[in-house]
Ligand binder design. Structure first.
Ligand SMILES: Nc1ncnc2c1ncn2[C@@H]1O[C@H](COP(=O)(O)OP(=O)(O)OP(=O)(O)O)[C@@H](O)[C@H]1O
Length: 688
């Protein structure tokens, strides 16, 4: 690292001073916190836990306060760029936030487009200690430095490479120091834009989505903290894997949830269903069936409403009530609001008659009339209250009612499939599945509009059904989404094969698709093996181009698992042993027998809560059921029984996609350990 010694000393002094100033700023905030604590004391446990975590990080001398510097314009003004803003006592910036507009050229400037900067400096750190720096002139004649250059002429950066090659340990970490230009463009896209980010495994989709959430929270702080930001992930262990990233970036105002958690307020999940039935329940046509089911409750009034008041009996004839209903329905309001409006419309007709007799009444009297028993009873008879669980119970247990609602939408065979073979006695004793809860969520929204958040980041979105996507879309109805996924990694029976369908179900048809192509995780040799599956699982998609310098170690072996495991303790970095779900108990026994310490991914999901600080990703060795491998990564992966992983899925194509996911989790080495033949789609391989 060609760092001038005296300049390095100056930079170290600058870092020490920035730390002192941050301490001063923190002390001031702590004083303010005390004052505000009363308001937020009982804010969610999660927020409190994350706030604590953030504080730890703020105090952590191992986290560099800045990682880069740019020199701008003819005056050669310099800006240090870091995770958060630090200013001196006069309010002058010492470190600027990586999300501030002034930081953009640090990420995007190239010699061809220097964006007004003359130099870019990257710092090397070891455990928070500044060890050196690397300068990259962008506009001067001396920029033809020795050494290899990247395609756009940018000199090769050792610091960048070291960061990308750094071994993975523990949960996911931020990439704020090394966000690449194509990633930065996505991170800083305007808030209003709904985006789909399609990218092969390891291209940084999750990282980019989380950094985009942090960027949006910074750029639209007031709006986003007021209206909320949500990160949706495929399962709880994945959420635990990524949960430190936003707090490390100083952001604690984002909620994380799985789809199950999001719709879980309607009822607990107590059952699962066969793939075909789950697929049908997730089909977008179900929305039309449910809409019909809800609105089928509105009856045509046949009787006159009679409202006794004093010695008078006021009347609203049936045809007027019918008229009122037609007007309300033409407004396309939610069902429950419509019922309230009907009460008011009926009361208004009475009010007008009363006023015609010379009585002057105000709005309060209107409200009182709307709440009288005769008006309420009349309205409830023609526009009855609907309860989602009871309605879904009726749809799934009463074939005649289902036929009325599904006629012309679902075939008879589909209706039969949907109907419970052995209906529960009542809605209260029904054993709902996740797909049912998503239907209940749709019903709840037909009754009362779901509140919209400002922004949702949804990961592994290719796996969501149309009805699940609708559940997310309505939570971003007046906001926007960042949708992350890879069609080649789709492993649910209801998965999407086209992003424009996904956008349509989210009710964001104008959203647009971005692609990430540079692979930061998987080394070239491992990609080459996994990519052999692409023609069978996603013919249109390209494999990523590995940016890793290391080609990786790939071993395919028929050796007994115990022999493979012998080498595990000596491996540096994290190790994931991925096995078919059904093999977990057996392999757990083998691991215990050979005396290895390990954690099982996904275990204790039900016991843990958001404040639980322990994570399976702190263990050196994780036993990973194949169904939970998605989104995770390990320095070393041992993939046990690929044929078993493929066979565990409902069909061969899904099995191959699951295998593709499992093959692409390794950062440094992959051992594929098999006894049965490998799937022929992997082509010819030689086993050791
Ligand atoms: N610009 C970057 N600099 C350094 N590391 C990066 C960069 N982008 C991504 N990475 C690293 O690459 C790895 C893969 O990133 P990530 O998990 O976000 O990819 P993904 O596309 O979501 O993968 P998958 O499809 O398997 O879920 C992570 O370790 C991440 O930190």
């Amino acid at each position: 690292m060609p760092a001038d010694v005296s300049e390095l000393a100056q930079e170290r002094e600058f870092l020490a001073e920035a730390r002192r100033q941050l301490g001063r700023m923190r002390d001031r905030v702590a004083a303010l916190d005390g004052r505000y604590a009363g308001d937020r004391v009982s804010a969610e446990v999660l927020e409190a836990a994350l706030a604590r975590r953030m504080e730890q990080l703020t105090d952590d001398p191992e986290i560099p306060l800045f990682f880069g510097r740019i020199t701008v314009g003819e005056d050669a003004e310099t800006f240090h760029i870091g995770r958060r803003h630090v200013s001196d006592p006069d309010g002058e910036p010492m470190v600027v936030d990586w999300r501030a507009p002034v930081s953009t050229p640090f990420y995007r400037a190239t010699p061809k487009e220097p964006m007004g900067i003359t130099d870019r400096r990257r710092y090397g750190f070891a455990r928070g200690h500044l060890t050196g720096f690397e300068d990259e002139p962008l506009t001067r004649a001396d920029r033809t430095a020795d050494g290899p250059a990247d395609l756009d002429g940018t000199p090769h950066s050792e610091i960048l490479e070291a960061e990308i090659e750094r071994p993975r340990t523990g949960p996911m970490r931020d990439i704020v120091a090394t966000i690449q230009p194509e990633q930065d463009v996505i991170v800083r896209m305007p808030l209003e834009r709904t985006l789909v980010v399609q990218g092969a495994p390891g291209t940084g989709k999750t990282a980019v989505g989380l950094h985009r959430a942090a960027y949006l929270l910074y750029a639209h702080r007031e709006q986003l903290t007021r209206r909320g930001v949500l990160v949706v992930g495929p399962n709880k262990s994945f959420l635990r894997y990524i949960r430190d990233v936003l707090p490390a970036l100083g952001e604690i105002h984002a909620t994380q949830a799985t789809i199950e958690e999001l719709v879980g307020n309607h009822a607990p999940v107590r059952a699962t269903e066969p793939a075909g039935l789950g697929t049908l329940k997730g089909d977008g046509r179900m929305a039309a069936v449910l809409r019909r089911a809800v609105w089928s409750h509105v009856a045509t009034p046949e009787d006159t409403l009679v409202l006794p008041r004093g010695s008078f009996r006021w009347r609203v004839p049936a045809y007027e009530a019918r008229e009122a209903i037609e007007q309300i329905r033409a407004r396309d309001v939610r069902y429950a609001l419509g019922a309230a409006q009907l009460r008011h419309a009926l009361a208004h007709r009475v009010l007008v008659q009363i006023e015609e007799t010379g009585d002057a009444l105000d709005d309060r009297a209107w409200d009182v009339l709307a709440r009288t028993k005769p008006v309420r009873d009349y309205a409830a008879a023609v526009w009855p209250a609907v309860e989602p669980r009871r309605l879904l119970f009726r749809l799934l247990s009463d074939p005649t009612f289902l036929a009325e609602c599904a006629d012309g939408i679902l075939s008879e065979a589909e209706q039969r499939l949907l109907t419970w073979e052995r209906p529960p006695r009542a809605a209260g004793s029904a054993r709902w599945t996740t797909a049912d809860l998503v239907l209940l969520d749709e019903l709840a929204d037909l009754l009362d509009r779901t509140e919209s958040l400002a922004h949702i980041v949804v990961d592994e979105a290719q796996d969501l059904s149309a009805m699940m996507l609708r559940a997310l879309g309505r939570r971003a109805a007046t906001g926007s989404l960042t949708v992350l996924g890879d069609l080649a990694q789709a492993t649910t029976p209801w998965a999407s094969s086209d992003w424009s369908d996904v956008l349509a179900h989210l009710a964001k048809p104008d959203g647009h698709v971005e692609q990430l192509t540079a692979g930061f995780r998987v080394p070239a040799d491992v990609i080459d093996l996994a990519a052999r599956l692409l023609p069978s699982i996603a013919p249109g998609l390209e494999p990523p181009t590995a940016v890793r310098r290391a080609r990786g170690r790939l071993t395919i072996t028929t050796a007994p698992l115990d022999d493979v495991l012998v080498g595990v303790p000596a491996l540096e970095g994290s190790v994931g042993l991925i096995v078919p779900d059904a093999a977990v108990p057996h392999v757990r026994g083998s691991l215990t027998a050979v005396g290895l310490t390990f954690a099982v991914v996904g275990e204790r999901d039900d016991e843990r809560d958001a404040a639980d600080d322990t994570s399976e990703f702190d263990a050196h060795l994780d036993l990973v059921p194949a169904s939970l491998a998605k989104g995770l990564e390990f320095d070393h992966v041992v993939l046990h029984d690929p044929a078993g992983i493929v066979a565990a899925e409902p069909n061969h194509a899904t099995g191959l996609r699951r295998l593709y996911v499992c093959l692409t989790r390794a950062v440094t080495s992959l051992v594929v350990r098999h006894a049965d033949d490998l799937p022929p789609e992997l082509g010819r391989v030689t086993s050791a």
